[in-house]
Design a protein around this ligand. Structure first.
Ligand SMILES: C[S@@+](CC[C@H](N)C(=O)[O-])C[C@H]1O[C@@H](n2cnc3c(N)ncnc32)[C@H](O)[C@@H]1O
Ligand code: SF4
Length: 376
């Protein structure tokens, strides 16, 4: 399996909670950046020659901030540098407030077959408070436009544990979204990131964070409510109708190869993990010098690779299969981790059978404590 991630680091404005690598749009910067992406793709052309791409994810930032003609050129460049499988999953992240019917049509013509639309909440006062540029009604309009022109596979991003969000507000968000019948829902609990406006607001006592118990109640409600409406939780924050799990994410969690293009993107190729420079000037400079814009790279030793496979595999609800470890690394998982498994099983944090093991509901709630048991 081989994936391709391309990062578009521009947004109309910065949401108050967001610490992703994204900047307020600057037209000159965008023009330069798109040229650089083209060049960076060409650096990988020979390296992965002969392999076909299974999944593409254009993420951000706000990829739908690009003009229609820019989206078209971006895909022309992708096709000129990489061979794409016929049935590849091709996702584009989109934000209401930047989407138009024309852009959606162009995306469709370019081969995009999955949209991931960021909404976060259905109440306009929450959207405003966290700095989103759109209303729920604008989102709905875009959603129906996308459906009308034939996008069947759509994810909607939501967030809970927002400032001043009641359990009732969250239930209303879930209810309204389920009514729209998307194929996939991502529901993230708010992380208060240090370098954000929300963090400063919190320190000025402008709002209180939800306590951990309420966070867990909301999480459990989400799992149960979505399950009863036909969405299976297949990863900590991801829910899908059967057959609509995001192939690109699964590829990450299964430690498959992927090329990462763009500022701050990461990639994993032939046992080496790499991370590109985040700053746009730094990124442009390296590209202009004809070099891959890599900030650090690390050849994973077998031990690192095994730990990473456990960590990423356990994030998925189906968990890990012992046979995969036997096939890939030639050891008996149950024997090697006997003590850790016994301990976690006693604490009711994992479910295990002869084929594999997965986190229990309790394990998922404190997943990091489970992961560390397998780290050296
Ligand atoms: C890569 S981000 C960007 C997607 C897109 N630009 C948007 O805002 O709609 C994907 C999702 O991560 C979630 N997210 C971003 N910052 C977060 C935070 N601090 N805590 C929890 N979830 C967050 C949001 O749901 C967001 O839609
Ligand atoms: S639109 Fe998305 S990437 Fe941009 S600032 Fe908001 S959450 Fe971050």
């Amino acid at each position: 399996m081989l994936g391709l991630y391309i990062h578009i680091p521009f947004c109309v404005s910065k949401c108050k909670y967001c610490d992703f690598n994204s900047y307020k749009l600057d037209l000159d910067e965008k023009k330069k950046y798109l040229k650089s992406l083209e060049k960076e793709m060409s650096f990988y052309k020979d390296e992965i020659k002969g392999k076909k791409i299974d999944t593409i994810f254009i993420g951000g930032g706000t990829p739908s901030i690009l003009r229609g003609d820019e989206i078209k050129v971006l895909f022309d460049n992708i096709k000129a540098n990489f061979k794409i499988k016929k049935n590849a999953e091709i996702t584009m992240e989109c934000n209401p407030g930047t989407l138009t019917l024309d852009k959606l049509k162009i995306m469709k013509d370019c081969g995009v077959n999955r949209l991931s639309i960021g909404l976060q909440a259905v109440q306009n006062y929450h959207l405003k408070y966290i700095g989103r540029i759109h209303t729920f009604e604008e989102f709905e309009k875009n959603y129906y436009q996308a459906r009308k022109i034939g996008f069947e596979n759509i994810n909607i991003d939501l967030m809970y544990a927002l400032p001043n969000q009641s359990e009732e507000d969250w239930k209303e968000s879930l209810e309204k979204i389920v009514k729209l019948n998307p194929t996939h829902i991502s529901a993230y609990s708010l992380i208060l990131e240090e370098n954000t406006e929300l963090f400063d607001m919190y320190n000025r006592n402008e709002f209180k964070l939800l306590d951990e118990d309420t966070d867990i109640v909301m999480y459990e409600y989400t799992i149960n409510y979505l399950r009863s409406n036909g969405y299976n939780q297949y990863e900590i924050s991801n829910y899908a109708k059967e057959g609509y799990e995001c192939k690109h994410n699964i590829l990450y969690w299964k430690c498959e190869n992927y090329v990462g293009i763009g500022a701050s993107s990461s990639g994993f190729l032939n046992g080496t993990r790499y991370n590109n420079i985040s700053s746009l000037p730094g990124y442009e400079k390296m590209i202009l010098e004809g070099k891959k814009p890599i900030e650090w790279e690390e050849k994973l030793g077998i031990k690192d690779e095994i730990e990473e496979s456990i960590f990423l595999g356990l994030r998925m609800n189906e968990g890990i299969k012992f046979k995969d470890f036997k096939d890939k690394y030639d050891f008996n998982f149950r024997e090697k981790y006997k003590n850790e498994i016994d301990k976690l099983e006693k604490l009711n944090l994992i479910d295990i059978n002869e084929l594999g093991m997965r986190l229990t509901q309790k394990g998922r709630e404190i997943s990091n404590s489970v992961f560390v048991e397998f780290m050296d």
